[in-house]
Design a protein around this ligand. Structure first.
Ligand code: KIV
Length: 291
């Protein structure tokens, strides 16, 4: 029997920080991608609301719904043996009230099989984070560039580049830690500001575009594979360029079907000889009857 690999847990994530081992973190929105990420040993997977941009072609993350997020989280969970799974709470699934926040966070855990949830906002969301944690669900805080509040923060751009906004982010991180967030994600903030947050933090601090001092790094899987073409943030590194590979496969398929080169007998099912003969007789008998 093949032994299942041990699931990454919050104590294990803390132990990695303690050992000085960097935490690896990627998004996944579907079964096959999660399967491959987990197979090669990714530590954490975020089922991000960026799914609606990367998979569905929306221009923002705002149209993500709870039903959609829970369904894709469940697909990721079915694929994963080891990685710690974080479900990303979509717009308006937690902002209206503590009850909404707890109920929807619970859906990620019970229906989606997530290990924790993530929500956007610092001090202004402290009450929600505290309520979810008190309900027994681990929460990852997310500050800096928070796309659900793009209009409030002046657009999809780096945050904390003035002394005042940097100080506010440092305070946000403290508040999130105080209300029980098990980890904090910093998106697109200056590396030197992130360094201060890491130095002060007693919880793991993860970065997406916030520098190397953080305890771990997150990137969006469609960005690293070259499958998201709408825009490329400064912090993205492309590890593969799958678009031309896919385009080539689609092009060759079209050419072969048009030319009659696909399918060949290798791709066809065969009827046994005796059955073929019987079929001929049955068809002949039918024709005889008609005549
Ligand atoms: O939805 C997502 O992928 C995210 C990351 C950009 C942090 O929230």
């Amino acid at each position: 029997m093949v032994e299942k690999r041990k699931k990454v847990t919050i104590p294990e994530i803390y132990a990695m920080v303690e050992r000085g081992e960097k935490i690896t973190f990627l998004t996944a929105y579907d079964y096959p991608t999660a399967l491959l990420e987990d197979r090669v040993g990714i530590d954490m997977i975020l089922v991000g609301d960026s799914a609606v941009m990367c998979l569905l072609g929306h221009e923002t993350t705002l149209p993500a719904t709870m039903d959609f997020m829970v369904e894709i989280t469940a697909a990721v969970s079915r694929a994963v043996e080891r990685a710690f799974i974080v479900g990303d709470m979509p717009y308006m699934s937690y902002q209206p009230s503590n009850e909404d926040a707890i109920r929807n966070a619970g859906r990620f855990i019970a229906e989606g099989g997530a290990d924790a949830v993530k929500l956007e906002g610092g001090a202004r969301m402290a009450e929600r984070v505290e309520a979810i944690v008190k309900a027994g669900i681990p929460v990852m805080g997310h500050i800096g560039l928070t796309p659900q509040a793009a209009s409030l923060i002046g657009g999809l751009k780096a945050q904390g580049r003035s002394a005042e906004t940097a100080k506010a982010l440092i305070e946000d991180a403290k508040v999130l830690e105080e209300v029980g967030a098990f980890a904090i994600l910093l998106e697109a903030i200056p590396a030197r500001v992130a360094e201060i947050i890491v130095r002060n933090a007693r919880v793991p601090v993860l970065s997406i575009g916030s520098g190397a001092a953080c305890h771990g790094q997150l990137l969006i899987v469609h960005d690293i594979l070259g499958l998201f073409e709408a825009f490329t943030p400064k912090f993205v590194k492309k590890y593969a360029d799958l678009a031309p590979i896919m385009v080539d496969a689609f092009r060759r398929y079209i050419e072969e079907v048009k030319a009659g080169a696909f399918p060949t007998p290798d791709h066809e099912y065969h009827i046994p000889k005796e059955e073929w003969q019987r079929l001929q007789e049955l068809l002949k008998a039918d024709k005889g009857g008609d005549g």
